[in-house]
Design a protein around this ligand. Structure first.
Ligand SMILES: [Zn+2]
Length: 368
């Protein structure tokens, strides 16, 4: 049985902070009427799972349902020099959607809770002695993420016109864009997840998040009124060439299946399209003037930014970005910040986008 009364942290005992935090957060989430999944009980309808781990021997959380949002929680004594470098491997090992590491704040007798996300965001919450205020703040920030809806199913239809099986001048611009991202050093080396995860966990991770691997950023370009080409998920962006495995034609969104529809050549094994396809889809359909979209994990000065760091591939992130594109003075040439994550940039073509942002890109995404 877990003790649901909130206790002040006693950092002397092993994992006492972690357990205090887990119980406090659980009570706060439950008080909001949100389902908290206990252990790895089967969860048919989703919910939030709090997954406390020992950071020296992290155990992975095995979801039975993709809709379960897993919060890995651990405790450490020292403040991490680069929080993300400490937290991200723990997040992957625990198979969490996010990870929270609790550190006693020696100088003030408080606690700092560092958070990492799958988009490689990191931020922290500080505890100064008021349990209710602290857990309210953490839950306020987490619940929108935990209750957001992923649109990551793919429906592959082998109906691509034969003249497009080898690509066209637009897919050639996507190939060029991938190489240019590399030249500009805007392709962070994919996180070496295989060195952190046993093969079975890796398979589980890919299946649960519908990703082909952890790589960051994507490119797309309009084909015609209704369709656009987009990079596949988890591929090497310096070699975006083959239609199906590396570049896909997005033709529609099927709301009742929460799926993107992809038109592919027959007899190819396609990869999944980038998880941000729903976001690009919404922008292309709303703005005929948008001919291309670039998403990178980088930043620019003086740009509007989303308020909530919704996960990649959710309808909520797509809507938040589409709202900001709509509000920008020129939706056809917009630069939108995704909080703790990166940029979505619209333009006439990928070549035009690169020309416009040349020299203005900051590699470091501000974290807050
Ligand atoms: Zn991203």
């Amino acid at each position: 049985m877990t003790d649901t009364t909130i206790k002040r942290p006693a950092p002397e005992a092993p994992n006492a902070l972690r357990d205090w935090f887990t119980n406090g957060l659980r009570a706060e989430i439950e008080s909001r009427g949100l389902p908290v999944i206990q252990g790895d009980e089967p969860a048919e309808r989703g919910g939030i799972a709090l997954h406390p781990i020992d950071i020296d021997a992290p155990k992975s959380f095995r979801r039975k349902n993709r809709a379960v949002f897993v919060v890995g929680i651990g405790e450490s004594k020292g403040v991490p020099e680069i929080p993300l470098a400490t937290l991200y491997p723990l997040q992957l090992r625990s198979l969490g959607n996010i990870f929270i590491l609790l550190i006693p704040d020696g100088t003030h007798g408080g606690v700092e809770a560092f958070v990492s996300t799958l988009e490689q965001g990191s931020y922290s919450f500080k505890y100064w002695g008021d349990d209710q205020a602290f857990f309210t703040e953490v839950a306020d920030r987490l619940t929108p993420l935990a209750t957001s809806t992923l649109i990551i199913e793919n429906e592959f239809v082998p109906d691509l016109e034969p003249e497009l099986w080898g690509g066209d001048e637009i897919t050639a611009s996507i190939t060029r864009a991938g190489k240019l991202l590399d030249e500009l050093d805007l392709l962070p080396s994919p996180f070496p997840i295989d060195s952190y995860l046993p093969e079975a966990d890796l398979r589980h991770l890919k299946q649960m998040f519908n990703i082909g691997g952890l790589s960051y950023g994507n490119v797309s370009a309009r084909k015609d009124d209704l369709r656009f080409w987009m990079s596949a998920s988890g591929v090497d962006k310096t070699k975006l060439e083959e239609i199906g495995p590396e570049i896909l034609l997005v033709t529609d969104f099927i709301p009742e299946r929460r799926a993107m529809r992809l038109s592919v050549p027959p007899n190819v094994t396609p990869r999944r399209v980038s998880v941000d396809a729903i976001e690009h889809f919404m922008i292309y359909r709303e703005h005929p003037s948008v001919g291309a979209i670039l998403h990178i994990h980088a930043w620019m000065e003086d740009i509007p930014s989303t308020r909530i760091n919704y996960p990649c591939g959710t309808i909520e992130l797509a809507t938040a970005v589409a709202d900001l594109v709509r509000q920008s003075p020129d939706p056809g040439h917009a630069v939108i910040g995704l909080r703790n994550h990166g940029l979505t940039i619209t333009g006439e073509s990928l070549d035009e986008i690169f020309a416009r942002i040349d020299g203005k890109i900051q590699r470091q995404v501000p974290m807050a």
